[in-house]
Design a protein around this ligand. Structure first.
Ligand SMILES: [Fe+2]
Ligand SMILES: [Fe+2]
Length: 269
């Protein structure tokens, strides 16, 4: 004799069939035909979709970089003026570092959708692995990309991310202070921390998105000391350890202590 099921039991039973069916399809346990279907499922649904998402990300990233590279001196002046006022108000530097967990650099197809916080952790891990001991270099690693929190205020990505290079025609040896670069997260965070950290840390944060060889011709003596003593050491860690598949393991409590020690008070962001 058939036993009538309650509506809830029917629903659970239907859901069980559905979930079981999909799981069986995906793991290829529905017999010979099911194995074929599972393969087709993976081929048609997973691989091409992932490939097209990757291509789409790369296209979008290239478009942002192209737009950013077209910034003019007038754009830079306007952006510096716009961002001289606080956009977050007073905040603890550590809290801003944690906000990087919500930031993705859409122009960076080495990291894809990896958060900027994970990127910073990848840099720290690589520095530890290489035996770096210089406190200033760890400070640079923790601070260099904080400016990307601008993305959380709906700033246009081309005003925040991308590489920077000199605009116009500066003279050799003029000193980087007298050279205008594209505006971005570097200049933003430099303007917030420059009076609170050692000069070489602030300098390196300010120019970290420029290639060392692009900067060198325009450096004065002081610039060269920072370039060779700090940026040239830091930049390979920043650029060569990006991965959207590697989960870094670092003791963030230790780095929090370093930041709290450097910035005992909240600062204006
Ligand atoms: Fe950066
Ligand atoms: Fe970075």
């Amino acid at each position: 004799m058939a036993v009538a099921k309650s509506p809830e039991a029917e629903a659970v039973s239907r859901r069980g069939l559905l979930v079981g069916g999909v799981a069986a399809l995906a793991t290829g346990v529905v017999g010979a035909a099911g194995g074929y279907q599972a393969r087709r499922f993976r081929e048609r649904m997973i691989t091409p979709a992932a490939d097209s998402a990757t291509s789409e990300f790369r296209r979008h990233a290239a478009a942002i970089r192209a737009t950013q590279s077209r910034q003019t001196v007038e754009d830079v002046v306007a952006l510096r003026r716009k961002y001289q006022d606080p956009i977050f108000g007073k905040a603890r530097v550590w809290d801003m570092i944690e906000k990087l967990g919500m930031c993705v650099d859409a122009s960076d197809d080495s990291l894809m959708c990896t958060s900027q916080l994970l990127h910073v952790q990848q840099v720290l891990e690589a520095m530890e692995r290489d035996g770096v001991q210089d406190r200033d270099l760890f400070l640079v690693a923790l601070l260099h990309d904080i400016g990307k929190v601008m993305l959380l205020t709906n700033a246009a990505p081309e005003h925040v991310v991308g590489y920077i290079s000199p605009l116009g025609e500066p003279s050799h040896g003029i000193g980087l202070e007298n050279v205008i670069f594209q505006f971005g997260h570097d200049e933003f965070i430099y303007s917030r921390i420059k009076d609170l950290v050692p000069e070489r840390v602030a300098w390196t944060v300010r120019y970290h998105s420029a290639m060392v060889d692009t900067l060198r011709p325009y450096c004065n003596e002081q610039d060269l000391a920072h370039l060779d003593g700090c940026l040239a050491v830091f930049q390979p860690f920043d650029l060569c350890h990006k991965s959207y598949r590697h989960l870094p393991h670092v003791d963030m409590a230790k780095y929090r202590a370093l930041i709290e020690d450097t910035f005992p008070q909240p600062i204006l962001f």
